[in-house]
Design a protein. Structure first.
Length: 490
């Protein structure tokens, strides 16, 4: 049976029917090839527009939409729309304070710029070559060695080498690649709440289902509710495949304490043994080098073997547009070599061929010249502290982040919990932020304290005025149209 232009879940459903008619069972096998797991298609046929009976299976004349035909089916976050809104306001000469997107406003540190200038000049003079060519799919060997040395130090794992490091086009690409390698249709991915929305979008991309772990009620630090995690795991049974964590967190800026990390690892270990299927833990440490409290660490490799670390140079070095990050796979994990090869091959199979070349050479040169990478953490901590003080003064109460540049304040009680409307009102005045409900934290707003100290002060005056004015009974038509910007479409 040949089927074109249908999603993976529907193809599995149709294949199962065909095998059933022949008296055979249909099974899928994991990519590592070490276990068999019967899957259940998670999406109904009507969700992709298939309107036909069982007898139509072999009718190849049936039009089978893929999903792109209906615009509402596109999985998106509000961030691209907010980037566009900011650009439109600027083009119109309107004030805009962009606290919505984690796009660092600072230029890269001078060490990065000096290296870039040096390598470019050497290329112009013919003294160097290859800066703009494809690199090996896993990244430049010398850069991977420096990354491995750095990771093994803070993870406390002496046997970690460059063979467990894969350089990727940013942390987001790393997450998509990991999910593709590990997940099968019907698998469950658990994400701590408040969550980074792209975990759920990446899970859906490969036919898996994302489930949110609640944070403990009335916990201003948003710690994981372990009883809820245990219930989710029991309900998921052998579908649980991956737990995604982030520390310091996006959108909270809070770091996971060691006790919580150990408890999550213990649950994953016992669940794996009970159901005979490895549960992987992904630790997203994208903001690790922007920690303010250096005493808090999340060495997942020290506590759990079936684990991976993802990080990026986009935030701490203000290199978001250069798209360079990496994956580190625990060297003692089962099938670790296969997983490293799979993620490496994904750099090619998913259309990247190799990570961006020039920035890899720049980072390697900085490592070789200085022995370490620079950091902008002090500047970001100053801005976060300023924003923290102002928000609490206004009445948007939040705890001070441990790192990153995000704050997740709660709305004042008098405004209720309609965080979408609150974000709309702020956006109408030129202050862009993201509703907390998009991260699983209704009644909060996420603020990226990236603008200058002067801009923070000006923006907080606008926020204070909106808080004092409150919500009107009816919104203008222009304001209502803005609501669509803040919708999370899964």
């Amino acid at each position: 049976m040949t089927v074109d232009n249908v999603d993976k879940d529907t193809a599995i459903t149709m294949a199962r029917r065909s095998m059933k008619s022949k008296g055979a069972n249909f099974r899928t096998t994991t990519k590592q090839g070490d276990e068999k797991f019967e899957m259940k298609a998670s999406r109904k046929e009507e969700q992709v527009g298939l309107d036909r009976s069982e007898s139509d299976d072999n009718n190849l004349n049936v039009i089978q939409p893929s999903g792109f035909e209906t615009e509402n089916s596109i999985p998106t976050t509000p961030l691209p729309k907010l980037i566009q809104l900011a650009a439109e306001r600027q083009a119109s000469g309107l004030p805009v304070f962009n606290f919505a997107v984690g796009n660092p406003s600072l230029e890269p540190p001078r060490e990065i710029l000096a290296s870039l200038s040096k390598l470019s000049a050497a290329t112009v003079k013919g003294q160097s070559s290859g800066m703009f060519k494809y690199t090996p799919p896993a990244g430049i060997l010398g850069l991977r060695k420096f990354i491995a040395n750095d990771v093994k130090d803070w993870q406390g794992l002496p046997n970690l080498t460059e063979n467990q490091i894969v350089v990727t086009p940013g942390a987001q690409s790393a997450i998509v690649s990991i999910f593709e390698a590990i997940l099968q249709p019907g698998d469950h991915v658990f994400t701590q709440t408040p969550f980074y929305p792209s975990y759920g979008l990446s899970a859906k991309l490969w036919g898996a289902e994302s489930k949110s772990i609640n944070f403990a009620k009335e916990d201003s630090n948003f710690n994981i509710d372990m009883s809820h995690l245990q219930k989710l795991a029991l309900d998921s049974e052998n579908k649980l495949r991956l737990i995604a964590l982030c520390s310091p967190g996006n959108p909270t800026g809070k770091s996971m304490v060691e006790e919580t990390l150990k408890n999550v690892c213990a649950l994953a270990e016992s669940h794996s043994k009970r159901f005979g299927r490895d549960v992987w833990i992904l630790m997203d440490n994208t903001y690790r080098r922007l920690k303010f409290d250096k005493s808090i660490e999340t060495p997942i490799f020290s506590f759990y073997k079936q684990s991976l670390v993802v990080s990026s140079f986009s935030k701490d070095l203000s290199l978001a547009g250069e798209r360079v990050g990496y994956v580190a796979v625990h060297p003692n994990a089962r099938n670790s070599d296969n997983l490293v090869r799979w993620i490496t091959n994904n750099n090619d199979r998913l259309g990247n061929l190799s990570p961006p070349s020039l920035i890899q050479h720049v980072l390697l040169d900085v490592y070789e010249t200085h022995g370490k990478l620079p950091s902008l953490v002090d500047i970001y901590e100053e801005r976060v502290t300023s924003m923290f003080v102002e928000l609490n003064r206004i009445g948007l109460v939040c705890t001070k982040p441990d790192g990153a540049f995000y704050l997740l304040p709660r709305m004042p009680a008098k405004l209720g919990t309609d965080d979408v409307k609150f974000a709309m009102l702020l956006a109408d005045k030129g202050v862009l932020c993201v509703p907390g409900s998009l991260f699983g934290a209704a009644g909060c707003v996420r603020i990226a304290a990236l603008p200058s100290l002067e801009e923070i002060q000006e923006a907080c005056k606008i926020i204070e005025q909106v808080v004092k004015t409150g919500f009107s009974e009816e919104d203008s038509s222009d304001l209502q149209e803005m609501r669509g910007i803040f919708e999370l479409n899964y």
